[in-house]
Design a protein around this ligand. Structure first.
Ligand SMILES: [Zn+2]
Length: 266
């Protein structure tokens, strides 16, 4: 089955993962900028990472016939050093014209701190100024509900931000409705245990329908599964979802959202 992996941190995966994804029907991979597992110590660290995402990783993906796109931004886990984040954000505009850069992401909140909120606001401003799509990371567990509300407030406060050009990722049962009601897109991240398991994601699709919803694996260097999307599609099939609905969720929906960048082609 053909699908688009909308959220994968491939720099921390092996080439075997690319091969497995291609064999499973993946047509394109989108890689948001992320925390490296340690805090970068200088703007140069971010610069190199942005080059890795926008130049080098695409070559690795191409060896398996996969198109590779990326999002650039400062993850909330590295937002506590506001001055460093500001310097790193200042580097982003020079990358925005690159043909595989889809927009600003993943940005958002982690612990809902004032500093994280400040860095989020700076990046929403950047996206508005350069008319970029936005991909948002929402916090986990007990911080998710409050964090999602705070993020939606920041986005709705700026009249330049069009809701249909924003995807709020890692939604769960208690946040999906407020995201869809805002007119923004909602991403369900399929993790083996935390975030959304495949069966919970399918439950959500059965309750909320399939408009402005997408699925991703968000595979990274932690416990995660780069094949979570096709495995969930198989589970949908077993539950009796028609092929057209499955195709919409794993292929047509992400294509519709991502094409708004003007760069996403497969
Ligand atoms: Zn991520």
């Amino acid at each position: 089955m053909k699908y688009i992996e909308q959220h994968a941190h491939m720099v921390s995966r092996t080439t075997d993962d690319y091969e497995r994804m291609a064999l499973a029907g993946c047509e394109a991979v989108c890689e948001p900028a992320f925390w490296a597992g340690f805090d970068r110590s200088s703007p140069a660290g971010f610069y190199d990472y942005f080059c890795q995402l926008s130049e080098h990783e695409a070559k690795r993906a191409a060896k398996f016939g996969l198109s590779h796109f990326c999002w650039l931004g400062i993850n909330s886990k590295e937002a506590e050093e506001v001055k460093l984040a500001e310097e790193a954000i200042a580097l982003i505009p020079e990358f925005l014209d690159r043909p595989n850069v889809l927009g600003i992401g993943e940005i958002g909140l982690n612990k809902n701190s004032k500093k994280e909120l400040r860095v989020l606001e700076m990046q929403v401003e950047l996206a508005a100024k350069y008319n970029q799509l936005i991909l948002v990371h929402t916090p986990h567990l007990e911080d998710k509900l409050k964090g999602t509300r705070l993020i939606l407030d920041v986005l709705r406060n700026d009249p330049r931000i069009r809701p249909e050009r924003v995807i709020i990722d890692h939604v769960e049962e208690h946040t999906v409705e407020m995201v869809l009601d805002s007119g923004m897109w909602a991403g369900m991240t399929l993790y083996p245990e935390t975030k959304c398991t495949p069966s919970r994601a399918i439950d959500l699709l059965e309750v909320y329908g399939n408009e402005r919803l997408w699925l991703n694996s968000a595979c990274d260097w932690g416990a995660s599964d780069p094949l979570a999307v096709p495995k969930t599609a198989l589970e949908m099939k077993k539950r009796g979802h028609p092929a057209g609905v499955i195709e919409k969720v794993i292929f047509s929906n992400p294509k519709k959202f991502l094409r708004q960048s003007g760069k996403f082609k497969i």
